[in-house]
Design a protein around this ligand. Structure first.
Ligand code: TSJ
Length: 636
């Protein structure tokens, strides 16, 4: 055990009881999200060990009782007595609350610095936790229950002197968490991301609950492979992925990027492996470097004349997928949600490393440079056309006040808090919905024909699309930089489509539009999916509605299966009359609404979901839509 690992570095703040009293302060929430955070808190310690160069494999296992095992082949948490506390260092790690909780204000965890941060929090919130350490030919073990030590650290066996590592197994406390069942896919997404960000680290995820699943994430190319993964289903414009790496001012910088043939920008930034959805200095440094380097190159090589306008950053980033990953000792996070990097040295480090290496790359690869330039010039032209179209609509609204779309059947209540708007596929269903609705607070916007796929259209076409224009004016908020949530005209935006594959497809197109143009509406919980029933069952003048096959079976079992049932399968909203539509899908007292939510920590996966759905590859899309249509929801 090294001398630096002493108690003096660890600031003891409060007992574990405080964690149990206010768990939200330490892990954000006690919902499913907080539950999964427990796993990340433990795994992060093994990742730190990997970053320090001592660990190459991490195994994460969901056991049949929903406990979690995390095992690594690192040096093993030190077992020697820690001077200040007078107990083994491992016991300090699990029983003493360390400084710098992620959610309790104060600093963030420093990768490669304060190990064991978070372990005591997990311990406090677990019914039981056991740690096993292999070190110097011995196996050590200790057990805790709700944070309390059950016995002093003891040797429980021997192992080969070459073996070393840490194994932790814990069961989240049902007294604390509303949800104690782990979701395999949630862990999979996060662990895959961690593996991308830590090249050469192998992460194995196992689910031992029902049918056994095992998946290994191991990316020698690191964030280069992350970009390839994100560009799956799109057409890359050049190969291989561009990669920059270096250290400046104690900031380790890695950037990977590749353009594809789409029109959206997909840039994800990370600090010490933590996603920064709001960006910050590292992202700014990257954008500056890209814009400047590219314009300099174009001018120097006469690809852009001196009198021609420079390409804007947005033009150059059209269709760009990129990962910016920095690692630094003392990250400062800013902004409301503390997700925005503030360290100014990160801006300089990323800017100079990317400028230098990208300049060299462009000079060495003139054909790639040319491809990028052509894409940017097309983007520049489209943007100019789009600006014109947008200015035109803006001027119109200014002149005519609220120029609401003609097809909108608005509600009479003018207080947005009370109002909802139904986006309804097709004119006939739109007609039924207009008859069915409560006119005072429910507005109907019928959408005709195919909704434009915003993933595959340039801005000028998007702005020219009638359905999109009418949604933008009806919502009232504006889009992108002009977006203003305070102008939202309806508290709920409800997408109502047929309960079949086509309906699911239309829902997805609408969600894609909202996600790309006004993501805040989803983040702030204003977007919903209506759930029309699949079946109507009638017997002896009584009526039941079923929203799934399982529910239909239950109803038939309850009322008896005989020839007096008349079962009707609804093929679409259009088959319901106004009264049925009201009863089943629109009456706030009886309807089922699914709120569309997104987990900001795994934004890259949401983008990928939309790309899968909206990209060119038909098969994965069909599978996804069918899988989700069955449950009547889209899980983004
Ligand atoms: F969360 C946790 F703390 F319980 C935990 C820590 C859980 C798991 C699964 C692994 C670990 C962990 C800690 N793996 N590896 C380490 N390494 C150290 O704690 C360590 C080992 C040696 C030295 C040294 O200076 O010799 C220093 C440290 C921090």
């Amino acid at each position: 055990m090294s001398a630096e690992y002493g108690a003096d570095q660890i600031q003891i703040l409060e007992g574990l009881e405080a964690v149990r009293k206010r768990p939200g302060m330490y892990i954000g929430s006690t919902s499913s999200r907080g539950l999964h955070h427990l796993v990340y808190e433990i795994v992060d310690n093994s990742v730190d060990e990997a970053l320090a160069g001592y660990c190459s494999v991490i195994e994460v296992q969901i056991n049949s009782d929903n406990s979690i095992t995390v095992r690594d082949n690192g040096r093993g948490i030190p077992v020697g007595i820690q001077k200040k506390a007078g107990i083994p260092a491992v016991e300090v790690v699990f029983t003493i609350l360390h400084a710098g909780g992620k959610f309790g204000g104060g600093g963030y965890k420093v990768s490669g610095g304060l190990h064991g941060v978070g372990a005591s929090v997990v311990n406090a919130l677990s019914e039981w936790l056991e740690v096993k350490i292999r070190q110097d030919g011995k196996i050590y073990q200790q057990r805790y229950e709700r944070g309390k030590v059950m016995y002093p650290l003891k040797v429980v066996g021997t192992c080969s002197p070459e073996e070393h590592g840490t194994e932790v197994i814990f069961l989240p406390d049902k007294e604390i968490f509303e949800e104690t069942v782990f979701d395999y896919d949630t862990l999979k997404i996060r662990l895959r991301e961690t593996a991308f960000l830590t090249k050469n680290l192998k992460i194995i995820l196992r689910d031992d609950r029902e049918e056994k699943i095992e998946k290994t994430f191991h990316y020698e190319g690191g964030i280069r492979e992350f970009v390839t993964y994100l560009n799956k289903g799109k057409e890359p414009l050049y190969d291989p992925v561009i990669y920059c790496e270096g250290t400046r001012d104690n900031v380790y910088v890695e950037v990977s990027m590749q353009h594809n043939d789409s029109y959206t920008e997909n840039i994800y930034s990370f600090v010490n492996n933590i996603n920064t959805p709001e960006g910050g200095t590292h992202l700014t440094g990257f954008k500056n470097a890209l814009t400047k380097t590219f314009n300099d190159y174009a001018k120097k090589n006469k690809l852009l004349k001196d009198n021609e306008a420079s390409l804007s950053g947005e033009d150059i980033r059209e269709g760009l997928t990129a990962i910016i990953s920095v690692k630094l000792e003392e990250p400062q996070f800013e902004g409301q949600t503390k997700q925005k990097l503030g360290n100014s040295e990160a801006r300089g480090a990323v800017d100079s490393i990317v400028s230098e290496q990208l300049t060299y790359f462009l000079e060495q690869n003139p054909s790639v440079a040319k491809t990028m330039l052509e894409k940017s010039i097309l983007a520049q032209r489209a943007r100019a056309a789009a600006r014109k179209a947008r200015d035109l609509t803006r001027r119109k609204t200014a002149l005519e006040g609220m120029a609401l779309p003609g097809k909108l059947a608005d509600c009479s209540d003018k207080d947005p808090a009370n109002c909802e708007i139904y986006l309804v596929e097709g004119d006939s269903a739109g007609g039924s919905a207009k008859d069915a609705r409560n006119k005072s607070n429910q507005a109907i916007l019928p959408l005709r024909g195919k909704i434009l796929n915003v993933e595959k259209a340039r801005l000028d076409r998007i702005y020219g699309n009638a359905e999109i224009k009418s949604m933008i004016t009806a919502f009232g908020t504006g889009i992108h930089d002009d977006f203003d949530i305070s102008k939202l005209r309806y508290d709920k935006i409800i997408i109502m489509t047929d309960a079949d594959v086509d309906g699911a497809h239309i829902s997805t197109l609408l969600l894609t539009f909202i996600y790309r143009f006004m993501p805040e509406l989803i983040k702030q919980g204003h977007v919903y999916l209506a759930q029309p029933p699949l079946y109507k069952v009638e017997k002896n003048k009584k009526v039941w509605y079923a929203y799934s096959d399982a529910e239909l079976n239950q109803i038939l079992t309850d009322i008896g299966r005989d020839n007096n049932n008349k079962i009707q399968r609804y093929k679409g909203l259009g088959e319901m009359d106004a009264e049925q539509l009201w009863e089943t899908t629109m009456d706030p007292e009886r309807r089922i609404l699914l709120k569309v939510t997104m987990d900001e920590e795994t934004t890259s996966e949401i983008d990928l979901t939309f790309t899968t759905l909206m990209g060119d590859q038909v098969e994965p899309r069909r599978e996804f839509i069918e899988a989700n249509a069955k449950y009547g929801t889209l899980d983004i």
